[in-house]
Design a protein around this ligand. Sequence first.
Ligand code: GDP
Length: 367
Amino acid sequence: KTTEVQCVGCGVAIQTDKPGELGYAPESSLKNETIICQRCFRLKHYNEVQDVALTDDDFLKILNQLGTMDGLIVKIVDIFDFNGSWLPGLHRFVGKNPILLIGNKEDVLPKSAKRPRMIQWLKKQAKDLGLQPVDVLLVSASKGTYIEEAMEAIEKYREGKDVFVVGCTNVGKSTFINRIIKNVTGEADIITTSHFPGTTLDMIEIPLDDGSALFDTPGIINHHQMAHFVDKKDLKIITPKKEIKPKVFQLNEEQTLFFGGLARFDYIKGGRRSVTCYLSNELGIHRTKLENADALYEKHVGDMLNPPRKNGMEEFPELIRHEFIIKEKKTDIVFSGLGWVTINEPGAQIAAYVPKGVTVSLRPSLI
Ligand code: GDP
């Protein structure tokens, strides 16, 4: 049953009958003075992610809430995982509220990615996905670049009203807001940042100087993110911390690349050619012959091919194969949450493998 009680960690309404879902706490915990949901409990005491199913209902509730507010919506996306962090459907719920789109983590893009082009790209993507932002910015919350520009834009577009910052987990929303707080008040780390999806507290209110406020909404968990299939240590490995060094491979037909043990790229047909991998610098890439790839994976996933690790293999889903013929020149094959592989010339037959639940998509080359 759903109770009137709220979790002291994230503010969610506590329920006691659906263990895997948002707000669950065991019945016995209701007699405690302060009640914390299982997700926050696990995070607090074991530092571990629990993939709580944010039901579509909860997601709709958050979106509907935004629609009833009057103010500026600041939507943050991770440009390294654009599709994985997009939050589809937002525009249908925000009513008349203007949306300012902010692409975060610009520091991880290689130098060859030119800023104006990236912003252009973000604008086009937003438009194609049905969003009409009042403006599009590119920042690095962790480095602090273009934060002042973002603050000026927020000040301009909010027109004296409240600000609601939304974004899916792990896009750097807390880091961004902490930056703003730091710039405004000179104090660091008022809101906890964490490596874990789903840790942002429920609607944190930051007063702005004219009586309005900036609200941090809960990070929405996106189940298609690779982040859900790796532990805390490995999330650090797959999340780029600094500029990505693209890795170029000259591939013959029937060669395979493994990205740790998390994903696999088969180059099946199309003559000898080069492909460029844009992945976290810390993630190991292993090349092998296509004919040996299945056996190699079977034998070495969890050790040589890691992450995942041996002790996490039970929960790790099987890899699912997605086959593509590349028809356009300069195409990215995007492994959601992990990065992408760029193929310059059309005509390649390839297969991309990702854990069940993670998305693979094609797009015109970003860089
Ligand atoms: P939230 O879940 O959206 O609140 O995300 P966090 O602020 O906790 O950040 C998620 C992860 O992204 C952390 O590992 C941060 O260090 C990292 N991060 C946040 N902003 C940036 C950025 O601008 N550049 C890079 N490279 N990493 C960032």
